[in-house]
Write a protein that binds this ligand. Sequence first.
Ligand code: SF4
Ligand code: SF4
Length: 224
Amino acid sequence: MIIAERKPIDELKGFIAEAKKVLVVGCRGCVTVCNAGGTKEVGLLASLLRLDCEKEGRQVQVDEHTLERQCDPEYIDELLELVEKKYDAILSMACSVGPQFIAARYPDQNVFPSLNTLFIGGALKHGAWAERCQGCGNCVIHRFGGLCPIARCAKSLQNGPCGGSAGGICEISKDVECVWHLITTKMMETGRAETDFVPVQPMKDWSSSRDGGPRTIIREDLVK
Ligand code: SF4
Ligand code: SF4
């Protein structure tokens, strides 16, 4: 899923500094799962903003709404009735796709991103998430024991480790495991080092990655 976290409250307060009517919009997708922008977080942020405005003696109406997803036009359309109430600021609590979709659908609205979108990853335990994929468009983890060196090596090395790997730890931080240590350990422990592991990895085809600009997928079997 996409992992995100809420922007600092001062930044959000800055977005609504001149506003009299604010709409906070959540998303029931990834950001609900990672506790950043679901119904609960929308309620919390709206309450915080109300309290803060009250403290400053400002009369600001802060409304709340959570969509099924903000990355799907059919759900964005649901906002029409609310948007017609003319908000001065819409704070989107989705990943950064959400505010872009809302701004595109309602071009005369002031839409602000309330979250910082961080990475594609998963939960290590309750309340802890880690990056696992950089969306390179041509997955090659089968060559690395199911571990992604692009997302998990600080240098995205496909022929690692580098000289900075020590005791299983990456040179960038004592808190970061060297994924190349994990890869080689796993290959040896599972007896695949001799058979499956290519000592010098072939050049990766990056044409599916971002270098050609933003990517689009068109599934002819689904397009109406
Ligand atoms: S190889 Fe590419 S697609 Fe596969 S996990 Fe790594 S970044 Fe993601
Ligand atoms: S120490 Fe390991 S994870 Fe860190 S940059 Fe070098 S090879 Fe990559």
